[in-house]
Ligand binder design. Sequence first.
Ligand code: 8BR
Ligand code: GLC
Length: 467
Amino acid sequence: MKESLKERIRLWKNLYINAFENAVNAIPNVEGVLLAYNTNIDVIKYLDKDDLEKRINQIGKERVFEVIETPTERISSLEHLFGGILRSIKLGKAMEWFVESEEIRRYLREWGWDELRIGGQAGIMANLLGGVYRIPTIVHVPQNPKLQADLFVDGPIYVPIFKGKELKLVHPKEAVKEENELIHYIYEFPRGFQVFDIQAPRENRFIANADDYNARVYMRKEFREGFEKIAKRVELAIISGLQVLKEYYSDGTTYRDVLDRVESHLNSLNRYDVRSHFEFAYTANRLVREELIGILPKFTSVGLNEVELASIVEIIGDETLAKEVLEGHVFPIIDAINLLMDETGIGRIHFHTYGYYLALTKYRSEEVRDALLFASLAAAAKAMKGNIERIEHIRDALSVPTNERAIVFEEELEKEFTEFENGLIDMVDRQLAFVPTKIVTSPKSTVGIGDTISSSAFISEFAMRKS
Ligand code: 8BR
Ligand code: GLC
């Protein structure tokens, strides 16, 4: 059946409204979720052209511009810092470089910020799942200083602490310690942002990471010694923060030491039948990336974007397919996620990109699509507000227009797969779900949208299938 663009948009509008109701009604069914491992403090600064140009002129524009072309990927001087920021603006790409020098860390503090937010995938998801969806949430915090604890919203958000031999769950604000402040300085810029002759092709951010704990996936004692007890208290787990691992560290340990611990956590989760999702952030080190693909069979689900999928295809597929995935066309992406499922046997793959999401599952269920639609509303709310505070903010996103460009993909999918209906395609032993997303024209900020998408889809799908 051939519908006009207008009719298709109207059909999706109805699907969106139903999905929102179904998800919101089902979410209270989730009894507990665990989020590990990376939590930090995000300080957000919205870049100002005059301020940035003045600072760059002071240290010498030429040397900064050299870094744009030959990126250092780490920061030990002001040239590296500003070169990184300008490179990110020029390419419109998200980047995260580690700050090695104490002097630069002091400079960053003095430069100041506009907003403080909880950061790290685990931290961000905790405020959403515990604070907004009101699901009992246990979150790993490598350090728990007051500045960070105060950024957790009120609600059923817990960190485990030992009282004698007993493991207790308390809100992070009730477990504050004089520990380190793990700060990530986030420099956001809008599409079209101009500095010297450089213009941002799209909105994005540069992150200067001044955090020695998450960089090594530090796990606090309660997680090292009490993990079994933690696993028993939850139905779902979302694991993130492994993207930073390096091949080896100066004290002789390697990524393998961390991954052994992660695998033992996964074994515990699987023993207690806890469904687990892995949030696959961009992992620069190829060997670590290979190892992460290697542990995917232990997970129930994985979430990724086009850059992350392409980086996986470089390993399990070939360069041509990796390139096609990056270009964002839907058919190579479908080939790539099928390949990833063949290689790892994982039961659910959630792919998200600007304009549409896909989910490939080993089971058939309309709830998979509804969960993607709900996630798209949550993403639009996050883009609009920066912080989602109430479920009503997500409802408000129903009025954001549905991306019309993705409707072209929908038509192509319909031509290719005769079975295609309401975003669902039956692929014999698998189901593919496709949804066009809501796109906010001038987002407030971009950080944390990916985490919002993956966690909202994973938990709402589970909740709806449970009810
Ligand atoms: P990553 O950080 O994992 O790339 O996730 C970002 C996701 O946020 C994109 O895949 C896209 O779906 C979504 N997104 C972005 Br970026 N800008 C958006 C906007 N203005 N409105 C809605 N979603 C957006
Ligand atoms: C990375 C960054 C962190 C940010 C998060 C958002 O983990 O280090 O600062 O909050 O991404 O997804």
